[in-house]
Design a binder for this molecule. Sequence first.
Ligand code: ADP
Length: 261
Amino acid sequence: GMLDVRVRIKGESELARLAASFNSMASALELSEERQRRLIADVAHEMRTPLSNLRGYLEALSDGVVDPSPELFASLHEETLLQGRILDDLQVLALAEAGDLGYTRTPADLAELASAAVTAHRARAAEAGLELVLEAPAPVWVEADQDRLRQVLGNLLSNAIRYTDRDGRVVVRVGREDGEAVLTVRDTGVGIAAGDLPHVFERFWRADPARQRATGGTGLGLTIAHRIVTDHGGRIEVASQPHMGTTFTVRLPALSGPGRS
Ligand code: ADP
């Protein structure tokens, strides 16, 4: 790596211990340096395509090669919005990785949050020709940052809608299982191949870049959702069958009621 500051001392046990702990710090630093390098490379790669699209169109417009149409301006505008979303998501991710997201945890009813998220997505589901169903019969209390949980729900729901074809169905369910709060978002959509499943939570990973671009995703939604859920002491899992559908399951430690206990 770039960093070569390892200490090599044998014998004297104090010194050896010091050297060992110094070396493990150096490895951690090196690791985070390597991760930063990779992150920057990924971001540059992600932003290059929309930027060069934008530049190409602007040049064609100013050369009079294409006519200024409302559709063209709308799609250029869409490109800038997408870049804004990528930057917003990256900021959340960077703060989370630095342990600096500043969660404000209060008792929250997961059923109510799910219900609000479903309401917020009704119009989009209808537009996409999908049935959107909520099964959350009773309150399920968790200790959580409500805004961040809303973000998780929003990501899972908008993915379910985006990756499901017309006449499909999306079911959001909230319940309790073995002292855990369990949220599932199940769709009858395009599904994810078994070999791709281990990658879905990686940043910028997508099964089908063309479809993802057409639907305006950033490739960071699930990475952020995973981060937020694990920061809450929970787990997020995915099960899927191509052409049959996908189920995301979020498990969080449940509270026995709205009071803290
Ligand atoms: P984005 O949706 O912006 O691409 P995400 O991190 O939210 O980014 O998702 C990563 C990839 O996982 C998507 O591009 C898609 O290939 C796959 N994916 C996510 N949710 C679903 C789903 N409900 N059904 C099928 N594929 C999905």
